[in-house]
Design a protein around this ligand. Structure first.
Ligand code: HEC
Length: 458
């Protein structure tokens, strides 16, 4: 006896409801299909049909008992549950009725006329009960969850917003927290099945809390019931999610903690909150911050040591941009007495695909050599300030499609260069201080390159 009490026998049997309900559905549909077949092919299937209805009615009866046990656990939307319960019961009774009519079809006259109507009724009830049952198990958005936006709008659902994964743009609730609740909690905490009277589907419900009050203490994860529930030992009976559903990952738990500690905001961007490198790593784990920079996307072979040595022998400083990256940064000291020649550049260009940063500030560059720099196809940063660069030279740089940073300050260039700059479509920052480029030229450039930051002074 104690065994039964402890194991909650109601719930044990109740869980079989979801499985068993498929039987009446199958039998009743089978009966209807037989009926149509008999009609079309003029064959006698009356016996098979009556038994199919009987089987549907009996399995329906057992499903009702199990369903009532399951519902005793509570936490279901009352209206949906009532519709489901009563359509299910009526459907089962109708199936019994159909069975008796079918058996005695020749003797009961009134039944002949009502028979087709009852068939339509039983099928209608079947669909209504089935649909509401689906809503109780999966939430009312379930059926149309993946429907295209026009259909969603038609039935009054919010259009699906593409999840933003770019760290700078992502919203902390919409793009980070809400997807976690949806994936791990909301099968049980939605408007049709609010276990513990708690909905985790929208900001108001989350802040409202559950049967024991608020679950979030704004600014203090450690004091929050929601956080406590997900950080208990998985064997604890209050641990969330229950029933052996997939628990939160360590990263998801940390993100929820971070979000609550940051005041549980619903409309802020991720970058508006305190972001440590650790949090960023956790965000990356849930898919935020995946937009790679051009440099991160480069996957290049390491440059041969002999080539590096030859380049250094020509007076260039060359080294990996960080630690053991295969990408290189190159500089030439303005104090180096020997000027850069065509031969020197030729040697440097042996590593051209790997060079991403180049610093040629404050050195005299021969105009004829500039076009060679256009071969540095992966160049992202170019410092070429105070080098006597002319409009003609700038033209030769227009092939640097990945250039994000360009410093040309202190060079005799004019508005004639604006057209060339416009071709640098990746450009984010350009220093035009102490050049001949006019305000109109700057404006033209800003109009052409949306996000460019033009720096005109120190
Ligand atoms: C399989 C169903 C299920 C899943 C999934 C689930 N819960 Fe629950 N939750 C319940 C049930 C049942 C209760 C009520 C019993 C209880 O309080 O332990 C509950 C209660 C709660 C409560 C307490 C509400 C109150 O006021 O007492 C919180 C907080 C909670 N859940 C959070 C979560 C979070 C966060 C997740 C996702 C990580 C989650 N749950 C996933 C079934 C579930």
């Amino acid at each position: 006896m104690t065994f039964f009490l402890e194991s909650n026998i109601y719930q044990f049997f109740g869980r079989f409801h979801a499985m068993l309900v498929h039987l009446p559905i199958g039998f009743i549909i089978l009966a209807v299909v037989f009926e149509l077949l008999a009609l079309k092919k003029k064959i006698d299937l009356n016996r098979a049909i009556s038994y199919a209805f009987l089987a549907g009615a009996l399995s329906g009866f057992i499903s009702i008992i199990l369903g009532l046990m399951l519902a005793s656990d509570g936490g279901y939307n009352e209206a949906t549950l009532n519709t489901h319960k009563w359509t299910g019961i009526t459907m089962t009774l109708t199936a019994f009725l159909l069975f008796f009519i079918k058996r005695k079809q020749n003797t009961i006259l009134w039944a002949k006329k009502s028979y087709p109507l009852l068939m339509v009724l039983v099928v209608t009830l079947l669909f209504v009960a089935g649909h509401n049952g689906g809503n109780l198990t999966h939430g009312s958005d379930y059926l149309l969850e993946h429907a295209p936006n026009p259909i969603r709008t038609l039935v009054g659902m919010k259009p699906i917003r593409d999840r933003v994964t770019d760290l700078d743009e992502a919203l902390v609730y919409e793009d980070v927290i809400h997807p976690i609740f949806e994936a791990k909690c909301n099968v049980c905490h939605n408007s049709d099945k609010a276990k513990g009277d708690l909905l985790l589907t929208d900001p108001e419900s989350i802040m409202k809390g559950g049967e024991n009050g608020e679950v979030i203490a704004t600014g203090n994860a450690k004091e929050s019931e929601l956080y406590r529930r997900v950080t208990l030992s998985p064997t604890h009976k209050e641990f969330m999610p229950t029933e052996g559903r997939t628990p939160l990952t360590k990263e998801e738990t940390m993100l929820i903690q971070w979000w609550i500690d940051e005041g549980a905001p619903f409309d802020k961007k991720v970058v508006a909150l305190n972001l440590t490198d650790r949090t960023k790593a956790h965000l990356r784990d849930v898919g935020i911050g995946l937009k790679q920079t051009f440099i991160e996307s480069l996957d290049l072979e390491v440059v041969d040591d002999n080539i590096i040595e030859a380049i250094e022998a020509e007076g260039f400083k060359i080294k990996p941009i960080t630690g053991n990256s295969t990408l290189l940064e190159v500089a030439y000291s303005p104090y180096n007495k020997s000027p850069i020649t065509a031969e020197k550049l030729e040697v440097l260009l042996k590593a051209k695909t790997n060079i991403v940063w180049l610093n040629f500030s404050d050195i005299r560059l021969q105009e004829a050599l500039i076009p060679k720099l256009g071969q540095l196809e992966n160049l992202v940063e170019l410092r070429i300030n105070n080098t006597n660069l002319t409009d003609e030279g700038v033209k030769a740089l227009a092939s640097l499609k990945h250039l994000e940073y360009l410093n040309v300050y202190g060079n005799p260039i004019t508005d004639a260069s604006v057209e060339s700059f416009q071709k640098l479509t990746s450009l984010q920052k350009i220093y035009l201080w102490k050049t001949g480029v006019s305000e109109t030229g700057v404006q033209e450039l800003k109009n052409a390159l949306n996000h460019v930051n033009v720096v005109l002074g120190l």
